[in-house]
Design a protein around this ligand. Structure first.
Ligand SMILES: NC(=O)CC[C@H](N)C(=O)O
Length: 321
């Protein structure tokens, strides 16, 4: 199908309409380098199965994956060792606590972290990536991601350094994980791979493409390549719906209804599965979405980005529910 100018115009109009919502958030100050981002930015890119990109607003910026990487590490690890191996080591239950909370861990003393999208679960998953050193684990993940997006990716070293120096809470969390026997590698190595994966730079176009592949159950409909199984994609989407937007996941499911994963850099990756009975012709076949809006709300989600997705989903009938 040819690119549709009406979609492009509509997206541009919605970016303008939602720009005002940036004041509902601030940049992530707890990682000083992320705090320096321009809070007024807002951009979106949508990609359909024919390879048409529809981009509007600030889509030239690169930004770091942050927690969006948690979904991708989960998929990469499941591809390598199988889903069963991963689910034996991390659960799929939301916690209702902040992503970096120590409380669920300390109170419930679970026999595995609650889910791979909170920091406890994500650090555990990262530590299990194949490779003896954090460098090798990082290389494994990077090459998996580069295959998905089809071009080389890089780490933002300033963001890495900034988080490494300020990640006292994650370090504490990693010591809890070590004490509980969930980390087979040393705390500093586990933190290193986790912070590296969070520091990988992407664009909204990259997120739209990975979102499309997840929506298509591990298959890239543009290049006709299969990257991971339906089974893995299914669990990834369940996690995105139940835990992907932290403690706003319920609200996001109710008002947007698209499997999505956000990061404190202000990125959101969303996977719009095919919905053949929809009234909305353009995206009946599914799509991938990448959003960038670094002013984040108290839960850690792009404030204007979330509002914009709410409008888009409503107007184009994208909710899976
Ligand atoms: N929610 C996020 O994006 C958090 C990622 C960030 N690197 C952290 O661990 O705090």
């Amino acid at each position: 199908m040819q690119s549709n100018p009406r979609i492009q115009q509509q997206l541009a109009a919605w970016v303008e309409e939602n720009k005002g919502h940036v004041i509902l958030g601030t940049t992530a100050q707890y990682i000083p380098e992320l705090g320096k981002a321009d809070p007024s930015k807002l951009g979106i890119c949508m990609l359909d199965e024919d390879g048409n990109y529809y981009c509007a607003g600030d889509t030239d910026e690169k930004f770091t994956l942050q927690s969006i990487s948690k979904a991708l590490t989960f998929i990469a690890l499941s591809c390598h060792y199988g889903l069963e191996f991963v689910l034996e080591r991390v659960d799929v239950e939301p916690t209702g606590e902040a992503f970096n909370s120590i409380i669920p861990f300390e109170i419930h003393r679970p026999n595995k972290p609650f889910n791979p999208f909170i920091n406890a679960g994500a650090i555990t998953v990262s530590s299990l990536l194949p490779g003896r050193t954090s460098q090798k684990k990082y290389e494994y993940l990077l090459s998996f991601l580069e295959k998905l997006v089809g071009h080389p990716l890089e780490m933002d070293h300033d963001v890495y350094d900034s988080e490494w120096k300020s990640s006292h809470r994650n370090r504490a969390l990693a010591y809890y994980l070590k004490e509980a026997g969930f980390l087979e590698i040393e705390v500093e190595e586990a933190l290193d791979i986790y912070i590296r994966q969070c520091s990988i730079q992407v664009s909204t176009q990259d997120l739209a493409l990975i979102g499309l592949i997840i929506a298509y159950d591990g298959y890239n409909p543009i290049t006709e390549e299969k990257f991971f199984s339906e089974e893995i994609a299914q669990v990834a989407k369940v996690l995105m719906v139940t835990c992907g937007m932290y403690n706003s996941s319920g609200n996001f499911a109710a008002h947007v209804g698209i499997p999505a994963k956000s990061g404190v850099s202000g990125g959101i990756m969303a996977a719009v599965p095919p919905k053949l009975h929809s009234q909305t012709y353009e995206f009946r076949a599914g799509a991938g979405i990448g959003v960038y809006g670094p002013a984040i709300d108290v839960q850690g989600n792009s404030a204007a980005g979330t509002m914009m997705l709410r409008q888009i989903s409503k107007e184009w009938d994208l909710s899976i529910f």
